[in-house]
Design a protein around this ligand. Sequence first.
Ligand SMILES: NC(=O)c1ccc[n+]([C@@H]2O[C@H](COP(=O)([O-])OP(=O)(O)OC[C@H]3O[C@@H](n4cnc5c(N)ncnc54)[C@H](OP(=O)(O)O)[C@@H]3O)[C@@H](O)[C@H]2O)c1
Length: 328
Amino acid sequence: MKAVIITQPGPPGVLQIAERPIPGFTADEVLIKVAAAGVNRPDVAQRKGHYPPPAGVPQDIPGLEIAGTITQVGGNVTRWKVGDKVCALVAGGGYAEYCNVPGGQCLPVPPNFTFIEGASLPETFFTVWSNVFDRGRLQPGETLLIHGGSSGIGVAGIQMAKAMGSKVYVTAGSDEKCRICKELGADIAINYKTADFVNAIDHLTNGKGIDVILDMVGGSYTPRNLQVLADDGRLVMINMMEGKDTQIDLSVILRKRLTITGSALRPRSVAFKNDVAASLEKNIWPLLASGRIKPVINAIFPASRAAEAHALMESSQHTGKIILSFEV
Ligand SMILES: NC(=O)c1ccc[n+]([C@@H]2O[C@H](COP(=O)([O-])OP(=O)(O)OC[C@H]3O[C@@H](n4cnc5c(N)ncnc54)[C@H](OP(=O)(O)O)[C@@H]3O)[C@@H](O)[C@H]2O)c1
């Protein structure tokens, strides 16, 4: 099969097409002929050598989400059959014509969705569900602030939280990105390059603050996040794009009874991912089928141009998802 491999840690050009054997699969897995694979920021970190893949997945083939057709089914898998069209969360190896994945990490491609659209869902929807609703315990009627509202994570988070009955605030790096976030349902979008989000939220919430924050920025945002959290607020961290070091006033945590938490999806167990898949299928897949939640695709590249896809992601010019196609 053809695969996009990381020839060595470095800039986008280190991504090259190579021939690789079609992977095997266990009794608990299915083999998927991949039609499309989503590009995610963690793939960029992996390409640079900063996010090593876990054992048991191809070490030089990135890719955390795919959509395609099942071609083989392991003996213990009862849910799926050859020919089923699925999208799936994988721990690596997604940028390839074939990929093996535990049966429980597959979900049906929603009705009327293309494979491109299906491939845009798993990584961000699993991440938002497990962090915003599980760890962050966001409740209907509560407020959510998403930093990076125009990211792949952001466009999923806005729509999921709105559909579950929350008021959604976002920050984004341009007026155009803010406009798109509002079009997706965000109640308030703050261009962090022209406004201070702490002052803006203090004003907009009459000093009450935000119940849950989903943060991928870290660094200097952390004390500011604690400042804008409401009493009993929860800060959920999924990355530290500005940096992992920060200084915070611990007394704020006691005064407002705050929770600071976070998680990374890829190293979690298959059982955990199966549980998240089941929650998504119950709570979110019907909203995709009905059109209440929509995929947001910014750009599609043939897999042979994966380097351009990564360069676009690193430019941060995109809004929503970037997808690699294996069918063109
Ligand atoms: N923990 C997990 O399990 C998990 C899983 C998936 C993704 N993630 C993380 O979630 C984040 C979003 O992922 P994604 O794939 O949706 O990424 P993405 O589409 O590339 O979006 C990232 C966006 O973040 C914004 N941003 C804000 N501050 C930034 C900074 N200091 N440096 C770079 N960008 C900054 C940029 O838009 P602006 O113009 O608004 O600045 C950028 O477009 C990434 O940090 C990723 O690593 C975590």
